[in-house]
Design a protein around this ligand. Structure first.
Ligand code: KG4
Ligand code: ZN
Length: 330
């Protein structure tokens, strides 16, 4: 059994966690930056980078303390090295390099998307490779056939916006605030999902790709029509997103022969309507369904530590001059 320190700083959450290769989460600490970004209605990269600088060192110290360990007890240091906002990624990666150098520990540079992709295996030891994964976050919307650690076959992606981005933009259009996903989900609870006719872009097309830009424009038109309740627009928008995610994932099941499970991960996987619809799709196809607990869906350092653990168990580490990668496809 080995201990991994995980560090995450690729967007607007600063996080540090200590996890064990036997899946125990000894600590996970997180400092959100919502208040700093709220006046701008979205994440401001320069503000995010500065906030990461201030928050990270105390968070690492707190994560080690809560786990009851010293840096010397850690076996490897895993940090997000991309993709993401370059300033933030560099803060986390440079900090990880400094700790690795000071304590003479291996560095593991983690792809943030891989953190999301493997997070369901931290939550559940029963999830085996290969599995079909719907990865839905603020920056990405992909269907991946996860064959093993480091072996990801992308079956589909979005041709414009990510699902989380569509939630965030819709929240902004409807004046529901930031961050958008949870705000739209809450408003949708009081709305009628059939009230506003909205498009389902790419529904039924043979390739399982996604598109959400047209949906966002339709939300704008519905708002400007002035005849609909905000809650009804939110509920109708969410239903359209769910219908697209389910239809596209259903199509991808046929392209993932041998998949042992249907899995959803990433920030949008925290949405109960999304989880429920995918669980039903899995049941329809006699596939076990896995979704991480809500806190493990949105950005955190436990998933980065776990991706590091999966690589550590395979004997892999990275050189200390590993460069941050603002773009880094899986
Ligand atoms: O994975 P994540 O924390 O960061 C990225 O890597 O992008 O995902 C954040 C995204 C945001 O777009 C946020 O609005 C969305 O996930 N999100 C949700 C919910 N919670 C977070 N979307 C819908 N419903 C939610 N409950
Ligand atoms: Zn993420």
């Amino acid at each position: 059994m080995a201990l991994i320190l995980g560090i995450e700083s690729s967007c607007d959450e600063t996080a540090a966690a200590v996890i064990a290769t036997d899946r125990r989460i000894l600590s996970h600490k997180l400092a959100g930056q919502e208040a700093a970004h709220r006046p701008y209605g979205g994440v401001v990269p320069e503000i995010a980078a500065r906030a990461h600088v201030e928050a990270l060192e105390p968070l690492v110290a707190a994560a080690l303390a809560e786990a009851g360990v010293e840096l010397e007890d850690i076996d490897a240091i895993a940090a997000t090295a991309g993709p993401g906002l370059i300033g933030g990624v560099m803060v986390g990666l440079v900090t990880a390099k400094a700790l690795a150098l000071a304590a003479d520990k291996p560095l593991i540079a983690v792809n943030h998307l891989e953190g999301h992709a493997l997070s369901p295996r931290l939550a559940d030891a029963e999830l085996q490779f290969p599995y079909l994964l719907l990865l839905v976050s603020g920056g990405h919307c992909q269907l991946l056939f996860v064959e093993g650690v480091g072996r990801y076959r992308r079956l589909a992606t979005t041709i414009d916006d990510a699902a989380g981005e569509a939630y965030d933009k819709t929240a902004k259009l409807l004046g529901l605030g930031f961050p958008g996903g949870p705000a739209v989900e809450k408003a949708a609870l009081d709305g009628d999902p059939k009230a506003v006719p909205l498009p389902r872009p790419l529904l039924g097309t043979p390739e399982p790709h996604f598109s959400f830009a047209g949906l966002k424009s339709a939300v704008l038109r519905a708002r400007d029509a002035g005849t609909h309740r905000t809650e009804d627009i939110a509920a109708s928008f969410q239903q359209a997103v769910v219908d697209c995610l389910v239809d596209r994932t259903r199509r991808a099941i046929g392209r993932a022969p041998g998949a042992t499970a249907l899995v959803v991960a990433g920030g949008v996987a925290a949405n109960k309507a999304v989880r429920g619809a995918l669980e039903a799709l899995a049941a329809e196809n006699d596939l076990p369904f896995f979704a991480p607990p809500l806190w493990l869906c949105t950005d955190n350092a436990a998933m980065i530590g776990w991706a590091g653990a999966e690589h550590f168990l395979q004997g892999r580490s990275d050189p200390l001059d590993f460069a941050a990668r603002p773009r880094w496809p899986l």
